[in-house]
Design a protein around this ligand. Structure first.
Ligand SMILES: Nc1ncnc2c1ncn2[C@@H]1O[C@H](COP(=O)(O)OP(=O)(O)OP(=O)(O)O)[C@@H](O)[C@H]1O
Length: 305
């Protein structure tokens, strides 16, 4: 489970490693009349075979990567690649290493063995082009900031923390809020939104940053069907724009719907490839043990009520 610590109110809405602790900037509310910027739409590349060598068309490649905290290795043998514009779902039981892998892609946790390459760079060097969407529950609801201001924060790595956002920044923020279906809530206080709506706002903040790689840690947790549909629609738009996405989830059905590829983890990589291959009964049993069953040809993970 990922958490975002909030040493100061200003950093509580900031992605890990992104200017945490900076004072909250004065941000103008989004200009509701500003025109949305033209969005360049590139077709998503087609399938990719696990184990292929990294190339300029690859957003993230894992080369037998292992992740450790101190001397304790929590994940090993991660090997595969995500093409630019593709979507990779990370699945596995609690403690499988999903969040740790996302943190390693962000460059927040070192790779102990092997390597991870992000946009042809070491993970920490690529952070400028990477946006991270934390779980909404990890953020402080009491911090007095509007929805529009939260989304504008996504622009600060582009414009710098000392400059005020301009018309194009406000337009990008509004377009991102429209993409998640919450443009009419721009002036509302962030903390007054529901959990699912706050999750959509955090996705809008990431979209406003115009990243080349988007990382989401369990974005569908506790989200109702309306917000889930809005998140899925926004993620489809993200994929169409050519941005690659890595998303961790406990929902196998969603993993199948949203991803070109699935990485099944449980302390090690169990499978990496197209959903039909990775979500087959055998890898799921290896990850979830007796909780993985097959019903009517579909793999199902049993959970306690
Ligand atoms: N900062 C840390 N220091 C030491 N061990 C950690 C740290 N963060 C996570 N771990 C350990 O790494 C392992 C993988 O945890 P991680 O949070 O990556 O799993 P996860 O698949 O995201 O789990 P969940 O589905 O519950 O969120 C666990 O055994 C966890 O205790």
């Amino acid at each position: 489970m990922s958490t975002v610590t909030a040493p100061t109110p200003a950093s509580c809405l900031t992605a890990p490693g992104a200017a945490g602790g900076s004072p909250a900037p004065a941000i103008a509310l989004p200009d509701q009349t500003a025109a949305a910027p033209a969005v360049e739409v590139a077709p998503a590349p087609s399938g990719y075979a696990a184990g292929e060598e990294a190339s300029p068309g690859i957003a993230v490649s894992f080369d037998n990567a292992a992740i450790a905290y101190g001397r304790t290795t929590v994940l090993r043998g991660v090997h595969g690649a995500l093409p630019a514009g593709g979507t990779l779902a990370l699945i596995g039981p609690n403690g499988a290493g999903k969040s740790s892998l996302i943190k390693a892609v962000l460059g927040l946790v070192p790779v102990a063995v092997g390597s991870i390459t992000v946009l042809d760079r070491a993970p920490a060097a690529a952070r400028r082009d990477v946006a991270y969407v934390p779980q909404a529950d990890a953020l402080d609801r009491d911090f007095p900031i509007s929805v529009g201001q939260v989304v504008l924060m996504g622009r600060y790595r582009r414009i710098g923390w000392c400059r005020r956002p301009g018309r194009a920044d406000r337009a990008a923020a509004l377009a991102a809020l429209e993409a998640v279906g919450l443009a009419e809530r721009a002036r509302d206080r962030f903390g007054t939104l529901s959990g699912g709506q706050r999750q959509r706002v955090l996705l809008a903040r990431a979209i406003a940053a115009e990243p080349r790689l988007l990382l989401l840690d369990e974005p569908f947790n506790g989200v109702d069907v309306v917000s889930q549909d809005a998140l899925l629609a926004a993620l489809a738009t993200v994929a169409e724009s050519g941005t690659a996405t890595v998303v961790s989830t406990h929902d196998l059905a969603l993993a199948q719907v949203i991803s070109d590829q699935v990485c099944v983890l449980n302390g090690r990589q169990i499978a990496f490839g197209p959903a039909a291959h990775a979500l087959a009964p055998e890898p799921l049993r290896a990850a979830y043990g007796g909780a993985a069953v097959e019903i009517g040809g579909q793999s199902v993970i049993l959970t306690r009520p």
